[in-house]
Design a protein around this ligand. Structure first.
Ligand code: NAI
Length: 440
């Protein structure tokens, strides 16, 4: 279901009328396309405090590799990176204000503000306080800045381990990710031979790939060079074959809740195993708890959580995921914030976040595999087209970007987490929600 309001406000009469009526004026976001794969223009690099990321092979070198023109001053930056890793007290925190106050107004439409912070784990409670302060700062700026600009806080200790993340955030691929705090560990990372084809020679399996977000994920991973195995229920076999055929991948018609699903996936994989496992299949059976029979509870928990646990265990224990592998599961902001009528769905999606946080610290050393989740907000799909009009319109607008996301926004975030150079990103639940007000 197209967002007609967004199209209308993109026209001159629409802009005039909505301004006169004081209605929201969402900005059409700049997303990735083959014609416009990256931003062009200036990246304003600012600092607060004495940064530990300075140095010849540090942050400046990584930013220079993004292709943007890095400047210490800019009239119209497409992106601002403020290095606040050296913020240790109230005075250096004031430098964050001093650096950004004069420039926020000049950031280009659909641009980026990225604040870099230090990990919170410090014995110095003054430093912990001001580093935590950055979260309130970033989330507030995301809510007020407008013009389709996203604001993100990255916590890191090693700029090189954050290169794939910085490239993602400093590109049109992250158009709908805002108000997030993302932590990057100091993992050893190897740059791909070709940043445009990071998944070349790798195999990815996507569940629920016949349509919606799963189809977009399969297409985006294929664009990045992966051989894709597209899985969906036998009832969707025709659509599945068509998606897999278009992407040069293979179709696996299988109900993911089947007790032998793990074994059947293993049998369908190439002999060298799998590099990327995307748990995307999901269903809803909404009712308030008082009206929710067990028939509405069990299938939702089975598809959205139990099968994710079972297939993850089956693949990890059989060595089905190669070293350097990536697991990306699909949570939901409803799971993080709670949503009336969705006790079953939110329980399943909160469970996904729990699985990710618990498995990530052991899967990395034991299997060389990272485990993360995407948590979509309101995404324009058949699932949300079925939502009643007024709730749908509220879901679309109640976020900092004033619009719903597209399946490709979740797909791009998944591709970043699946990236071979994203080994430092582990145990994260990243919301793709335009900074939704739900549980913000
Ligand atoms: P969708 O309903 O359009 O697609 C889901 C796909 O999963 C379908 O092709 C379906 O056949 C497949 N599937 C369902 N049960 C299956 C099973 N037992 N075995 C194999 N495949 C199965 O849904 P959409 O919107 O693309 O959502 C994808 C994921 O994103 C789901 O996990 C959903 O919960 C999550 N999500 C979606 C949001 C949205 O706004 N659309 C918001 C938050 C999360």
């Amino acid at each position: 279901m197209a967002d007609r309001y967004l199209s209308f406000t993109g026209t001159a009469p629409g802009r005039f009328l909505t301004r006169r009526l004081g209605l929201p004026q969402p900005t059409a976001l700049h997303r990735w396309s083959a014609e416009h794969p990256s931003f062009t223009g200036e990246l304003l690099h600012l600092g607060a405090g004495k940064s530990p990321l300075d140095g010849p092979d540090g942050l400046a070198a990584v930013l220079a590799r993004t292709g943007l023109a890095v400047r210490a001053r800019s009239e119209r930056p497409v992106a601002v990176v403020l290095d606040a890793t050296g913020v240790t007290d109230i005075d250096t925190l004031a430098e964050v204000h001093a650096a950004l106050h004069p420039v926020v107004r000049s950031v280009a439409r659909s641009g980026r503000v990225i604040v870099l912070g230090a990990p919170l784990a410090t014995a110095d409670h003054h430093q912990a306080a001001v580093q935590q302060a950055l979260e309130g700062f970033v989330r507030s700026l995301g809510k007020e800045i407008g013009r389709g600009i996203t604001v993100t806080l990255l916590r890191l200790t090693d700029a090189n381990a954050a290169e794939s993340t910085l490239r993602f955030l400093l590109s049109p691929k992250s158009a709908y990710v805002s108000g997030q705090v993302i932590g990057i560990g100091g993992a050893e990372v190897t740059a791909p031979a070709d940043w445009a084809l990071p998944l070349a020679g790798r195999t990815a399996l996507v569940t629920g790939a016949a349509r919606g977000i799963g189809e977009a994920v399969a297409a985006t991973l294929a664009r990045d060079g992966a051989r894709v195995v597209c899985l969906d229920v036998p009832g969707a076999a025709v659509e599945l074959e068509s998606v897999a055929g278009r992407l040069g991948g293979t179709a696996l018609a299988l109900d993911i809740t089947a007790p032998d699903a793990g074994a059947r996936i293993l049998a369908a994989l190439p002999s060298d195993g799998l590099d990327v496992l995307v748990h995307n299949a999901g269903i809803t059976r909404d009712r308030r708890l008082v009206n929710m029979a067990a028939e509405r509870w069990s299938p939702v928990l089975d598809v959205n959580l139990a099968s994710v646990l079972r297939t993850t265990d089956a693949l990890l224990s059989a060595g089905g995921l190669r070293t350097g592998g990536r697991i990306v599961a699909t949570a939901s902001i409803a799971g993080l914030a709670g949503n009336a009528g969705q006790t079953n769905y939110a329980a399943s999606k909160a469970g996904v976040a729990g699985l990710v946080r618990a498995l990530a610290p052991t899967a990395a050393p034991e299997h060389g595999v990272t485990v993360n989740a995407v948590a979509p907000g309101f995404i324009e799909t058949k699932m949300t087209a079925a939502v009643p009009l007024f709730i749908r319109e509220a879901g679309r607008r109640m976020n900092s970007l004033g619009q719903g996301g597209l399946p490709v926004d979740v797909a791009e975030t998944t591709a970043w987490l699946a990236h071979p150079a994203s080994g430092g990103v582990n145990g994260q639940v990243v919301r793709v929600c335009g900074q939704s007000l739900l549980g913000a």
